[in-house]
Write a protein that binds this ligand. Structure first.
Ligand code: GRF
Length: 210
């Protein structure tokens, strides 16, 4: 990535495992010019049948499926991910519903260059096992009156990296995990592109080289 006009854009590498609605929100933000200095260089999935991977293919993005069982260890799997990301000259890695926990191999190769979105107001309801419906179920069980979503930098402590932005969502008395998940997801689609755009701008302003 560089900072000058007409020069190379900030290349995003998206990792996903599922439906890919956050990927789609980021794709749309780029298409509409909201993330003028970013482009999606590569979409990687650990799930061959991930709807998000098919969506990315249909939009003409370069996609890669890496089969976890083809690698003897999590570290070797992440080494392959790093190789693919570096091969595509990726500047910033975006986790968009990626279900694997990253090893230090990947985290150190892209230090402070991996972002994640989590469907709760971290540090509440984060960490191992706090994924998908389990998060919203726990929020409702605890009788919370508000929940939301968080974008953070990925570090080795799961869901504990520096928080870049949050959006709160009111919990309604009749909410089920599904209805709450849906309302939080709508806010994720706004928050994630906003924070990605802001993060890229801040890195440029502070002249922290990608
Ligand atoms: C989202 O709820 C996100 O917060 C979490 O995984 C889910 C991914 O959804 N990390 P999608 O695949 O982007 O639709």
């Amino acid at each position: 990535m560089s900072t000058g006009d007409g020069e190379r854009k900030c290349k995003l590498g998206v990792l996903l495992s599922g439906r890919g609605s956050n990927f789609q929100a980021i794709h749309q933000a780029i298409e509409s010019g909201q993330l003028g200095n970013a482009e999606i260089a590569l979409v990687i999935s650990n799930k061959q049948q991930a709807p998000g991977l098919a969506l990315a293919q249909s939009q003409g993005h370069t996609t890669v499926y890496l089969k976890p069982s083809a690698y003897p260890s999590k570290e070797e799997y992440d080494t392959a991910i790093v190789k693919a990301l570096k091969g595509a000259e990726v500047d910033l890695v975006i986790l968009a519903g990626y279900t694997r926990i990253l090893t230090p191999v990947l985290i150190t190769a892209f230090s402070k260059r991996i972002l994640n979105i989590h469907p709760s107001l971290l540090p509440a309801y984060g960490g191992k096992g706090m994924v998908g419906g389990a998060v919203h179920h726990a929020v409702l069980e605890a009788g919370e009156t508000q929940s939301g979503c968080t974008v953070h930098i990925v570090t080795e402590a799961v869901d504990e990296g520096p928080i870049l932005g949050q959006q709160t969502v009111a919990v309604m008395p009749k909410d089920t995990p599904d209805t709450l998940a849906q309302r939080v997801l709508e806010q994720e689609h706004v928050l994630y592109p906003n924070i990605i755009g802001r993060y890229i701008k801040e890195q440029i302003t502070e002249q922290i080289p990608f």
